[in-house]
Design a binder for this molecule. Structure first.
Ligand code: ZN
Ligand code: FE
Length: 262
C-alpha cells in the first residue's frame, strides 16, 4: 500500500470498515474529506494519511457509540465542525429538518431529513443523489426500535425516504444486507427481484465487496419494510402475527417485531 496515493479530484465516496460490520463513509474531493458516523478514529486517520487528505468536517446521524465513538479522537487531530442532532454533546453545528448545509472543503451541499425511529433524534443527510441514513433504512431491511420512538414513527421516516428519486443511492452504516435479505425472502418468497438481488449480493460478499450503496429503486422492489402495502407482504405479516393488520403502519410494526426474533 503506497503511503501517498494520487490526490482525488472529483467527489468520491468510500466505505471505511469499522468494528465488525460498520461502514464509516468518506466523501472526498479537492484533497479534503468529510466523514459520516466515525464510530472509530483509527480507520479514518489511516485513510486520511494514505490518501494525503485533510479532514474538513464530520457528519453524525444519531447518538449510538458505533457512530460517534471516534469523534473525540478525530477532533484532537483535526478541529473541524461536527454537524448532527443538537442533543449529541460532541456536535458543534446542530442541524434540523430541511436545513441545507455547505459541506466544507469538498464543494458539496447536504440537506437534512429528520428520520426518527431507530432513535428519536436520528437524522439523514441528502447530498444530491447520495443519502447517508445511518441505521434507519438498511439494504433489504431497517433499523431496530431502540429509543422511545414508535414503529409508526420509523414507518413514517421510511415512507419519507421512499419519496426520494428511485436513483438515490443509499449509504447506510452497516453490512447487514444478506441477513436482511434472508428475512425478506421468508416474508416474500415469490419476489423475483428479491431472488436476483440475493444472488447479486451473495456474489459481492463472496468477493469481499460491500453490498452498498444500494439504489432506492431496488429497495422499493425488494425491501419488505418499504413494501407494507403489497398484499403478499400483508398476508405474510398477518399469518405470522395471527391477527388481521388494519393499516400499512400495523403491517410494518408486525414485520419489525417478526424480524426482531427471526
Ligand atoms: Zn444505531
Ligand atoms: Fe449502528
Amino acid at each position: 500500500m503506497p503511503i501517498h496515493a494520487p490526490r482525488m479530484s472529483t467527489m468520491q465516496i468510500v466505505p471505511l470498515s469499522a468494528f465488525r460490520d460498520n461502514y464509516i463513509w468518506a466523501m472526498t474531493a479537492h484533497g479534503q474529506c468529510v466523514i459520516v458516523d466515525p464510530g472509530e478514529a483509527e480507520p479514518v486517520l489511516r485513510f486520511l494519511l494514505q490518501h494525503d487528505l485533510r479532514l474538513a468536517a464530520i457528519l453524525i446521524t444519531h447518538r449510538h457509540n458505533d457512530h460517534i465513538g471516534g469523534v473525540a479522537d478525530l477532533l484532537e487531530a483535526w478541529p473541524v465542525p461536527v454537524f448532527g442532532p443538537a442533543l449529541i454533546a460532541l456536535v458543534t453545528n446542530p442541524v434540523k429538518a430541511n436545513d441545507c448545509i455547505d459541506l466544507p472543503g469538498i464543494d458539496a451541499r447536504a440537506s437534512v431529513m429528520e428520520v426518527p425511529g431507530h432513535t428519536e433524534e436520528h437524522i439523514a443527510f441528502c447530498c444530491g443523489e447520495h443519502l447517508f441514513c445511518g441505521d434507519t433504512l438498511f439494504a433489504g431491511g431497517c433499523g431496530r426500535l431502540l429509543g422511545s420512538s414508535t414503529a409508526a414513527e420509523l414507518h413514517a421516516s421510511l415512507q419519507r425516504i421512499a419519496t426520494l428519486p428511485e436513483s438515490t443511492q443509499i449509504y447506510c452504516a452497516h453490512e447487514y444486507t444478506l441477513g436482511n435479505l434472508r428475512f425478506a425472502q421468508a416474508v416474500e418468497p415469490e419476489n423475483e427481484a428479491l431472488k436476483t438481488r440475493i444472488a447479486h449480493c451473495n456474489a459481492l460478499r463472496a468477493s469481499g465487496l460491500p453490498t452498498l450503496p444500494s439504489r432506492l429503486g431496488d429497495e422499493l422492489a425488494t425491501n419488505p419494510f418499504l413494501r407494507t402495502e403489497e398484499p403478499d407482504i400483508r398476508n405474510a405479516a398477518e399469518r405470522h402475527a395471527g391477527a388481521p393488520l388494519g393499516s400499512p403502519a400495523a403491517v410494518f410494526a408486525a414485520l419489525r417485531a417478526w424480524k426482531d426474533t427471526f
